[in-house]
Design a protein around this ligand. Structure first.
Ligand code: FE2
Length: 146
């Protein structure tokens, strides 16, 4: 059901942007300035979709969740309580973002099935953004050619 899928998406986008912001604050190492900026841009881009997701949930005549308790129940993104090394931060975000792409594909299918073309269009744009994030994270993880 699209409304329920969008609630999971809202919670997951919030969780992921909190995690990326946490990495933005705490990343360390040789490439600190680039990593700090990369995570800064990434959490802002991801967070920029939150309000639209919530408002689409309202167009489906149901309420948008807005509490940490509900988000913890709904999210597909697991919290990070430790401060991983930079490379592990990227590896974790690669896995998390892959889950987001899977969830967005599922939301797109639900929106199409329920004939909500405007929402499907918005979800397609978010898929595009998260696939671009995946490319960038993958490129950081790839070892430089000798
Ligand atoms: Fe900042």
């Amino acid at each position: 059901m699209l409304a329920e899928d969008l609630k999971v998406l809202l919670a997951s986008v919030n969780s992921l942007s909190i995690k990326v912001q946490y990495f933005h604050w705490n990343v360390e190492g040789d490439n600190f300035p680039q990593y700090h900026d990369f995570f800064g841009n990434l959490y802002e881009e991801i967070y920029s979709s939150v309000d639209k997701i919530a408002e689409y949930i309202r167009t489906l005549d149901t309420y948008a969740p807005g509490s940490l308790t509900r988000y913890a129940e709904l999210t597909i993104i697991q919290d990070q309580l430790k401060v991983p090394r930079a490379e592990l931060m990227f590896a974790e975000l690669f896995e998390d973002n892959a889950k987001m792409i899977e969830l967005l594909n599922h939301c797109f299918a639900s929106a199409s099935q329920e004939n909500k073309q405007g929402i499907a269009n918005f979800i397609a744009e978010r898929l595009d953004a998260h696939e671009k994030h995946q490319w960038m994270i993958r490129s950081v993880l790839k070892k430089a050619r000798a």
